[in-house]
Design a protein around this ligand. Sequence first.
Ligand code: DMJ
Length: 472
Amino acid sequence: MDAAVRRVTRKQFVSTLSAALCAPVFRAVPGAGAQSIPAKPPPGRVAAEIRDEFLHGWRGYRRVAWGRDEVLPVSGGAHEFFVPGHSFGLSIIEALDTLYVMGLDDELTAAVSWLRDNLTFDVDGEVQVFEAIIRMVGGLLAGYAATGERFMLDRAKDLGDRLLPAFMKSPTGAPYRYVNLRSGAVREAHSNLAEIASNLLEFGELSRLTGVASYRAASMKAYRAVIDRRSSLDLLGTDFDVERGTWLGNVSVAPNPPADSFYEYLWGGYRLFSDPQLLEWYRVLTKAMLAHQIDKVKGSLWFRQVDMRTGEPAGQVQSELAAFYAGLLAKGGNRETGAKYFQTWRGISDRYALIPEEIDYATGSITDGRHWLRPEYANSAFDLWRLTHDERYRQAAYAYFTAQRTHCRVSGGYTVILDVRPRPMKRGDLTPGYWFAENMKYLYLTFTQTPRFDDRTAYLSTEGKILRGLVR
Ligand code: DMJ
């Protein structure tokens, strides 16, 4: 899948908004309602089931796509995520710390050995800066924390050095979207919030571990470039010209993509590096979002799109990717609002079994029926479980897990779904790397305790990388 397809742009939002006007009203899909999930799923048994399913997907990848970026589990093919014709073994990098916490040590040894022998970033190819940082820099840092293998830190640093020109060559400090790993040539000044700032956790850790300050400094400069241009209501736009330092449009789509992890990394950055500036920014921007964007429809809580200058409503579309925000709100101290937002998504999960990519909550219609094996809902269930130990979050996580097992499991692993409405659901042919990094890790850690994961100190990135809290 093309990298551009994965993130929902504001342009896509506008087009789905108009498409939604002609879409049918929400109807329950026959057989899609809440499954009979026990109120208290037995954690030991469930953790074993989750580990088994992770292994099923992993063995599918090993069998036909070992060393390639991502597996196509239905056709038995593979594809490269970043550079056509060149593999970084992305799924291996994505899986490292999941293999570790699940105690799959032989698999981890094979993964480490493949990376040691094959991974190089000296490639004459262009990568998307945001994806390279959250998936590969973050994955290697988590792999280093899990194994102590120094070469992983060295390669994370090498990659970080090759990505830095995207920040350094920008007049504002907000990074260009693409960089050539060998030449340092940059491209695409029209970026967005998530891509500009979802690097502070990885670059901050890289600075901490290497003693080189420039990575974290670059991330902070990128944040400042955008936040200094907030509106008088303390709202941000979504798309941003990193050369001119101007907004490309005035609509705040947060917490939807492509704004989502911009907010996640303010809180995460504060937690990891104790920087009071990040806490202040998080508080100011969150207060404005809660004041202007909350929308209550038939007992459910959503976040509407608004004009950043006036707060006037500009849309009522919600992406599945926004589901992460329930957990973030709770972590940041807005526990009740986070719990209500999670409840909203629980309703969608119960209705369709699997959460579709995008819905128009005003008309009650699906505007994009795909289910891309995304982890955001499981991520919030995990965050809320860690904070509250309320069994309802385990129950929600187990329902999500069993629905994926029912609808997405194929003999070659797990696949994305093209449409969640028909029965049987219409299947695609891809296991995204983040399925190995995120879904199965959040689910597993929701149901089990392992001495390898210190829940009190752990902090996970937007790609589910355990940057702090792994114990060797
Ligand atoms: C992942 O790469 C990360 O969770 C990112 O923050 C958003 N998109 C995907 C999963 O949906």
